[in-house]
Ligand binder design. Sequence first.
Ligand SMILES: Nc1ncnc2c1ncn2[C@@H]1O[C@H](COP(=O)(O)OP(=O)(O)O)[C@@H](O)[C@H]1O
Ligand SMILES: [Mg+2]
Length: 376
Amino acid sequence: MATIIQNPFITTGYAGAGYFCDREQETADLIRLLTNGNHVALISPRRYGKTNLIRHCFARPEIADNYYTFVIDIYSTKSIEDFVYRLGAGILETLKPKGKKVWEKFVALLSTVRTGISFDISGNPSWTMSVGDISAPQSTIEEIFTYLAQADRPCLVAIDEFQQITRYSDGTLEAALRTYVQNCPNAYFIFSGSQRHLMGQMFTSPARPFYQSVALYNLSLLPEDKYADFCIRLFEQNNKHLSPDVPHMLYNRFEGITYYMQRTMNELYSTTAVGGECVPQDIDGALQTILAASSLIYEDLLYQLPEKQSRVLMAIAKEGKAKNLTSGKFVRKYGLASPSSVKSAVPALLDKGLVNNEFGVYQIYDKFLELWILVR
Ligand SMILES: Nc1ncnc2c1ncn2[C@@H]1O[C@H](COP(=O)(O)OP(=O)(O)O)[C@@H](O)[C@H]1O
Ligand SMILES: [Mg+2]
């Protein structure tokens, strides 16, 4: 089934190699690592392009034709039960379209959750259980790994937003997974994650189960020139024109972070007439449209935050890259109550994912929210 792409600047998901910019080296590296018996930890801040890179690798013929590939997003999971639920559901959903011979083997091995899988009148399975039906998660994981070990093709399993497992209250999963992964010769894993310190600790600290058992791979930003060429090509292919200054200015403004550039290019593409040219003067209008679309959400978000936190959030937005948040200087500059009030607000902002901290530099995570705070 061919999808009709109305706008070549994709902001949700992966739409094929034609809409994917560069990453040639990274794709070759990841495929080489995985097909040579390595597990990989893929690390970058959010929205650089990890998930898309994984999909791009998995879509390559040498992978798609020879492996079963699974992408399991565990961002919103909170417990081992949740994790197992997602893993099982994700594998079943992926195997289902490949036909009965393929999924049957998986379903047959899942004896601990048998009643949670139902069949429609044509005999196709569905994962109809709820998380509460996962009563023996360790046993279910074992069954899932038994399947991966025996599948009729080698398997590549990407567990996306893997740092999430460090938030589960039951801390046994990390060690258990490491053991299963290590003893499953038919499956190779990508552990992809956005929080550098959590991911780093998991894979580089000698005290942790995954220490030295995976290849660490840091995903950098797309190169500026490659991104600009990509944008120009997508315009030209559709008989629209793009001033090269536009992608370069966006690259500067959003520090090269893929999502924000793509979202803005999507808007600019949609407002450029066929035969017309998109120029730097169009950028502000595009950003205004984008911010207006999120305005209610942002208003609500600020409204929900305790006053102390929203004031620190706004101060960080105004500072851009903020350091020494509890210094008298920062507190005075933004009229905050006191260093101690900042001290208590910051962990909450980090925990809610509103603010990032990399090497002592604090920034608003969502660049559009930052911009919205600055112009409101
Ligand atoms: N190489 C690429 N070319 C074009 N768009 C991309 C590329 N990589 C990512 N994107 C887009 O950027 C956004 C963020 O990518 P994603 O893979 O979700 O990042 P991450 O998983 O690191 O948070 C998505 O909207 C995606 O469509
Ligand atoms: Mg992702």
